[in-house]
Design a protein around this ligand. Sequence first.
Ligand SMILES: [Zn+2]
Ligand SMILES: [Zn+2]
Length: 594
Amino acid sequence: MTGHGNACHTLEVPPGIYLHVSAVSELLIEYKMLIAHAVARHCMSKSLCLVGRIHNGPPRKGLLKYVDLAENRDGSVGGGFLTSLLRKAKNSREVREIVNEAARRFGGTIPWQLLSAAAHVSAGPSVDDPQLAGTLLAIISPKDMPYVWEGVLRAVLGNASRHKNGAVALNAFRLLVTRNTPMTTTDYARVIHSGIDSSEEEARLVHKLLQQPCPTELDPRTIGVLLKVCHVRHNLDLAGRVWQWAAPRRHVRHGDQELCNVMAQYLLLSGRAGNIAVAHQVWQEARNMGLAHLPVVTGSMLSVLAMHGADGETLELLKDIPPASLNSYMVTSALTAFSHSGNVDAAHALLEQVEMHGSQTPSASIQSYTALVDGYARRGDFASALAIIDRAKCQRVGEDDVMWMTVLGPCRRFKNLPVAQTAFAAIQRLGSPEHRASAYVLMSDIYNACGDTMAALRMQQERLRKGLRKERGAATLTMDNGETHVFYVREIPPVLVPATRAIEQKLKEWSRWLGLCGISDESIRCQHSEKLALAYAVTQGMRQIVLRKNLRICDACHEASKQITIFESISIHHWDRSRMHVMKDGKCSCHDRY
Ligand SMILES: [Zn+2]
Ligand SMILES: [Zn+2]
């Protein structure tokens, strides 16, 4: 093989040998053109089998390199080989490359074993791509599906749930259901947590979950996931059930971090449900378990007390906490509790104490200062509110639009135009478009309240000219079966159009009753979203109504709703942007500090 010219003709290639194209290219490099020519000619003349004429390009990288290598050695690259290679994949690209390679080799019908392995790897920690895992599962033909290992489906479900990929999670869940395997609580938890976009489907799943017997194996993470779902969907029945399920586990793993989070979450949830009694029970349990002192748990309890404006209990609780271990979440919660209950002196004292201690780690955040500003503004003490804003600036905490919005809001009730103008200017300077729009609307209302209708109109025109849109008021009603409906101002959701007449009838009835009681029916005349939602709920026979509003409740709605609780003998749990109102027998838990 050393000579030139004729030497190439003497090259012997034993007949029947399998040569791959890439082997030829390797020869090209090693023995230069002459020999390669000979080989190529030999291949043609002897019709040598060129196994797997898949890849004709330059040497490939990544996992495909091993495909080429294997082929060079013995010429056989089957499904088994590719599957084992797949398990080494480190990212989505590598998984896709191998699957594509398989598709080319198997002419489109990729073996289910390979697809199943690919889905498993994609849902695993090294690749972590739920969308890819879902796509791969979808390629497996229905006739092969029963052979796919359950563990693969559960892995895809879990991964999709973590990433909130509802479509993939639901598909994996359904595949599990069709094979008649008993579904576990965890399976339900995962599919619900994934955030599937059909609320009916979700309500159905939650319903099924509630029928599940108490699971013997429920780890705190699953409980946490379920509580998170309850939190987002405001499903407190399920939360109560989950808490019961968790009871045996709660005492097993002592001081577990996951468990503390679960506890804190449940505390918050029961607070949000307006069920302070349950919150107290949970708090007591946390104390018995020695978890109450942990910042996340204490912070949640303070936050619950804040929602209900329970300043007395907040003071009690703070007594046990050394000032140095207060974090900003706890401080803000406590300040909010004091502000919501109108106990601004306690709030002021706490802030001072925190400022003294907080030299190294500032534990009073801008939210803490805002809570106190809010407290002063709600009672009409604007001088003190503005002084706190100055103080926040001095402490280098700064000011923001949220802070000034808490000042601007009460200016309407107290008809304080000069302060309103200061706040308005600050919001225009610091605010997001959304807050700036709200400020215009509020300012217009304030001018109206002060009798300057021309200025009010100017404000609205200026807002429109600047293209500032205010977020539309929306009220979300949760029905007894877990379904939710969203109502907007003067707008009944399309699916409830058949109920329009009944709703209008109810509103008329209320209008008359409010007139008799000497209360403004403005919120009904203007068809505020929460009034529409409330009317629908009552016509459906609901007695305990849970409403959530995206904005703060307006004073007209607050007064009307309170009165309606007497007329209809109902209770209303009304969540607004900043707090919770539990209305019953004509009274509200906020003591009219809204
Ligand atoms: Zn309203
Ligand atoms: Zn209220």
